[in-house]
Design a protein around this ligand. Structure first.
Ligand code: ADP
Ligand code: MG
Length: 710
């Protein structure tokens, strides 16, 4: 049996520290195992009892009749690690450790968690600081959650993996009320051993699971997460994630919760986009989106039909749909004619929302209307608004809706406008995803649309295999590289850079400038000063015959502003007629190197107009990054401007990512600003660059040029 199988489907369970008092947390796991009909062996361990609930109780772990598949450790404090050590010693397969006060509680707790891990040896651990797991599809409850006091757990095809036990309970109880079913529920807690990625990987092979929902605080092992999510994607099982910690205060709270490291939210967003994970923006979406996906239909287009008997609520839905980029076109002529032939008085049947009025909500008529609209080629999905009339007669609309939804291969969803929990639950249980808010309905449909798009998360094209060759050692000396050296590095990895020559004196600069066709750019060369233009170190559009004079002016201003003499002058081709972008990278504390693309000038900073992807970036990712920029219209011929060379830009992003990957940890910072994107067919060109190499690199320390003689 595979590792997690024995934890999720144990044939024997030891409960260490079990109590006979079911009102206590320590009394619950045994009671739940029994209540939900566990058929394997149960071994309570507690020296204070002879037996609990008809089960023989063992005084100590060493006295168990056989090593259990799973053990629930309910003891606290100093006893936890001992219990884990003893369970491992008798050959227990996996232990679920509920106690808190480990990694989440500072350095001492982290030391205790390390000790716990050592005590476990090869035995697997879920937790510590977990509420356990529930295998709903096989009715095995290994948890102490209060949310399980419910009479029955609704079974479904959604698996939930939560890094918080409290949230697991919260979602379980909300889902129960709404009639949303689960296959598995797993709280991973501090993840000293088993983590979210292990369970995603397991659930990919779990026949009862079709959708994987995640409540995340922070990933301890991003690479394992990526691999598991890619497997889920390949198996056609959508992964929906809610990630807490978007604001700084939220992120701080998360760190102190389960001891996870906070990575930047933007980097998580990049990770999710890159690996086809559907992000739940709001907490409620973490149930609503899986609910919609659980009908196992995808939305193949954007056209939504809204059928209603009440105008106001339909407007709410149409408005929310419009905001989310869904379209609500009127029915095609054939469908409209057939609807009109039903002769419903006062109804508006050639528009969308299709208002059938109360007269249309008669079972037979409503069934016919739903049949016509779901079959219409004008629509990719149908949303049915249930108004207050459904409070009095829930089945009049409910029954035809269930029937037609089951018969259609398009997503058919319900929006219940009044407060009608019974109706909501009944429809959900019958497999018609139904929502209490228009925003939820639309968020769910938008997610179905995303799941329907063929997201490419193929990593095969994510690396060019480019390497750092011997001659690059020269440029890769530790510290800050000046513009010329930085650009040599970029060029080595295939990024086009401006034609330029380093001059040591103003006179030489002028001689060089005269070899260029037309005007040039002259810059002070320095690895001490990162922002040359602020220090007066850049002159754009210089006539070659003025080059020497301009160099002298630049040097004077530069020394005055920075107290540093320039190392030389950079005589550079003048780039004309491109759009200026920034291409850079930084290390995310949790997710590793991240590539950033942004519009140049102030747009990036002022409007936060940037897009991010994790390294390695594929060409496909690169094109997505470009399209994600709010100002990408500037590249697409906005107001008559030429269409920019986006393909060349994508290639440059790809090459930049390869550079970051090839150099690895030694590269501390790298930025091209500006990267000029020229009109289509003319490519891109890097006109400035900064690279910082981490100290510790052994190699010749060499300056490209000597100090300038003024
Ligand atoms: P800084 O160190 O201040 O970032 P840059 O080398 O980026 O200096 O130059 C500042 C600005 O000058 C750029 O943002 C760009 O607008 C313009 N510029 C720089 N190099 C060129 C060039 N080769 N052709 C045209 N414009 C340039
Ligand atoms: Mg610059």
């Amino acid at each position: 049996m595979k590792t997690l199988d024995r934890l999720l489907r144990p044939r024997s369970v030891a409960i260490v520290g079990a109590s006979a008092d079911t009102a206590k947390l320590t009394g619950r796991p045994l009671a739940y195992l029994e209540k939900y009909g566990f058929t394997g062996e149960i071994y309570p361990v507690n020296p204070r009892y002879e037996g609990i609930g008809g089960h023989r109780c063992y005084p100590e772990i060493a006295a168990l009749p056989q090593p259990p598949d799973a053990a629930i450790v309910l003891v606290g404090g100093a006893k936890v690690t001992d219990a884990v050590r003893q369970l491992a010693a008798i050959g227990t397969h996996a232990a679920i450790v509920l106690a808190s006060g480990f990694g989440e509680s500072g350095p001492d707790g982290r030391a205790r968690q390390d000790e716990l891990k050592r005590a476990a040896g090869t035995m697997r651990i879920l937790g510590p600081n977990t509420i356990g797991l529930v295998n709903v599809s096989e009715r095995i409850v290994l948890s102490a959650s209060n949310a399980l006091i419910t009479d029955e757990i609704v079974e479904g095809n959604i698996a939930l993996v939560s890094q918080s036990g409290g949230i697991l309970g919260s979602l379980l109880s909300r889902a129960q009320a709404a009639g949303i079913g689960f296959s598995k529920l797993i709280a991973t807690g501090n993840e000293c051993d088993l983590e979210v990625a292990d369970f995603i990987d397991h659930l990919v092979d779990d026949a009862a699971t079709k959708i994987i929902a995640l409540y995340l605080e922070g990933l301890r092992n991003p690479k394992a997460f990526q691999a598991a999510v890619m497997r889920a994607h390949a198996a056609g099982k959508p992964v929906v994630a809610f990630k807490v910690g978007r604001s700084e205060s939220g992120a701080r709270s998360v760190v102190s919760h389960t001891g996870a490291l906070a990575g930047s939210d933007a980097a998580y967003d990049a990770l999710f986009r890159q690996f086809g994970v559907i992000r739940a923006e709001r907490y409620s979406d973490l149930l609503d989106i899986p609910l919609a996906l659980s009908c196992c239909r995808t939305l193949k287009g954007r056209r939504l039909a809204i059928i209603t008997s009440t105008g106001g609520s339909a407007s709410l839905l149409a408005d929310a749909a419009g905001m989310a980029g869904l379209e609500t076109p009127p029915p095609d002529q054939v469908t409209a004619a057939k609807l009109k032939a039903l002769k419903i008085e006062g109804a508006t049947l050639d528009r969308n929302p299709i208002d059938v009025t109360l007269a249309g909500v008669k079972s037979d008529t409503f069934r016919t209307i739903l049949g016509l609209v779901t079959a219409s080629p004008s629509y990719d999905a149908v949303a049915v608004v249930l108004g207050s009339s459904a409070l009095r007669e829930p089945e009049t609309a409910g029954a035809p809706l269930r029937e037609r939804a089951a018969a259609s291969d398009k997503p058919v969803v319900g929006f219940v406008s009044p407060d009608a929990p019974y109706l909501l639950r009944t429809l959900n249980l019958a497999g018609v995803p139904t929502f209490a808010a228009p925003e939820s309905c639309v968020a769910a449909l938008a997610a179905l649309r995303r799941a329907g798009e063929t997201t490419r998360i193929d990593c095969a094209d994510r690396s060019s295999g480019a390497t750092v060759t011997g001659d690059m050692n020269l440029s890769l000396r530790p510290g800050v590289l000046n513009e010329a050296d930085s650009k040599r590095l970029f060029a080595h990895f295939g990024i086009p850079v401006t034609r330029e020559i380093v001059a040591k004196t103003p006179a030489k600069a002028e001689a060089i400038a005269k070899t260029f066709a037309g005007n040039v750019v002259i810059k002070a060369l320095s690895c001490e000063v990162l922002h040359k233009s602020e220090a007066g170190g850049v002159a754009v559009n210089v006539a070659p015959e003025n080059a020497a004079r301009v160099c002298a002016q630049i040097a004077e201003r530069f020394v005055k502003a920075t107290q540093h003499k320039p190392e030389g002058f950079l005589v550079q081709e003048l780039v004309i007629g491109g759009v200026e972008l920034i291409l850079g990278f930084h290390h995310d504390a949790q997710l590793g190197p991240v590539i950033l693309l942004g519009m140049g000038g102030i747009a990036a900073e002022l409007y936060h107009d940037t897009s991010l992807r994790l390294v390695p970036v594929s060409r496909h990712d690169a094109l997505e990054m470009i399209n994600e920029l709010k100002t990408s219209a500037l590249l697409n011929g906005f107001r008559g401007s030429p269409i920019a060379d986006s393909d060349a830009l994508a290639n440059a992003i790809f090459a930049f990512s390869n550079m970051v990957e090839a150099i690895g940890g030694e590269l501390q910072e790298a930025e091209i600003n500006p990267l000029f994107v020229l009109p289509r067919g003319r490519g891109v060109v890097a006109a400035d660059g900064v690279v910082i190499v981490r100290a510790g690199r052994s190699g010749p320390v060499e300056r490209v040029s000597e100090e300038v003689i003024l």
